[in-house]
Design a binder for this molecule. Structure first.
Ligand code: NAP
Length: 320
């Protein structure tokens, strides 16, 4: 009996990245007709000719667009122009090539960084356009958000089927730990491990610790993306999250405990906190394609720390 997946030729852009590897692992288990995971060396998707060539070479029925330039608050502040342009161009060319080739469906992966800086909690998809994003990640967030407009315009004018997901901060094994690019969880894990190994009694941490974030384990996020690919065909964006809000101060203490660093955490309020609070409303994902995150923060952190300790060279190899 053919299934939804057995008929699909799936192109996963960014398939070798942190999220992409988890998506491809889960995809392989569904045995689609073909899975393509092009690297940027072979197809630089910021170049229109390369995007065209990729779609001609693979002729996918389904695209999961994960290729992106991403980083934590430091990378966002140091490289705002590159983050804006690369993400806008890659998404634009992928959407246009999917249209040109008549690709059945595209799953576009956006970001929680697109939400306004100040918006009622939890973030509901309806409020996505109610203000300017937090300044440090606005170029990245707005480039991604522009792709939603592109997808909706193409749906209206050409009937092209693209769905748009808004994941919260992701974490898990395979994440990037180089300080030039790491997000808050890998950055804190590395700091705690280094401080413990050096026998330090204190550890400096950016910001006040008062900001809150929501985290989603990478395999849960990948599961949500594949559920959306199979079951969701709407024009409206959908949040992907765990629904749990955690203060950075509590997160840091949790990580220190898991790593076994028992010194003092010294907060540096001269460094930015980023967006004050983040937590998404996860109702739409559950109602429309049955997604509920199931990995607990404790389990996810334990697996992430174990992976980091066993793969430090790989984890720290990718700089911005
Ligand atoms: P990542 O680990 O940095 O992976 C990025 C991928 O994009 C890599 O496979 C890379 O391919 C590819 N890529 C970069 N530039 C490219 C180019 N010019 N042409 C073609 N491919 C290119 O990123 P990630 O964390 O997995 O993020 C995946 C997606 O999830 C992104 O869309 C991101 O915005 C979104 N997201 C991530 C998070 C998070 O916390 N990580 C949160 C929300 C949303 P090569 O390795 O071959 O260069």
């Amino acid at each position: 009996m053919p299934t939804f997946w057995s008929e699909q030729r799936v192109l996963v852009t960014g398939g070798s990245g942190f999220v992409g590897r988890s998506v491809v692992r889960q995809l392989d288990a569904k045995a689609p007709a073909a899975v393509f995971t092009p690297s940027s060396r072979d197809y630089d998707l910021t170049q229109p000719e390369a995007a065209r060539q990729l779609f001609d070479d693979t002729d996918p029925t389904l695209v999961i667009h994960l290729a992106a330039r991403v980083g934590g608050i430091g990378a966002n502040m140091a490289h705002p122009a590159e983050l804006y342009l690369a993400n806008l161009l890659m998404g634009t060319y992928v959407i246009e090539e999917a249209r040109r080739k008549g690709t059945d469906k595209s799953v576009l992966v956006g970001t929680i960084c697109s939400y306004p800086k100040i918006v009622p909690m939890p973030f509901k998809e309806e409020t996505l356009w109610d203000g300017y994003p937090e300044e440090t990640n606005a170029p990245y967030g707005i480039a991604k958000k522009a792709l939603l407009v592109h997808a909706q315009a193409n749906r209206d004018q050409y009937g092209q089927n693209s769905v748009f997901l808004l994941p919260t901060n992701l974490f898990g094994p395979g994440d990037k730990f180089h300080p030039s690019v790491s997000h808050v969880i890998p950055a804190l894990i590395k700091k705690c491990v280094d401080a413990k190994e050096q026998g330090s009694h204190t550890l400096d941490v950016w910001g006040t610790g008062a900001a809150t974030r929501e985290f989603l384990y990478v395999d849960d996020a990948a599961e949500g993306m594949l559920l959306a690919a199979e079951h969701y065909d709407g024009a409206d964006p959908v949040n992907l999250g765990s629904g749990e809000e955690l203060a950075i101060r509590d997160l840091a203490e949790l990580i220190a405990r898991h790593v076994g660093f028992d010194g003092e955490l010294k907060w540096d309020p001269s460094k930015p906190d980023g967006q004050p609070r983040r937590k998404v409303d996860t109702t739409r994902a559950e109602k429309t394609f049955g997604f509920v995150a199931h990995t607990t923060m404790e389990d996810g952190l334990r697996r992430t720390i174990e992976w980091y300790l066993a793969n430090r060279d790989e984890a720290e190899s990718a700089a911005f």
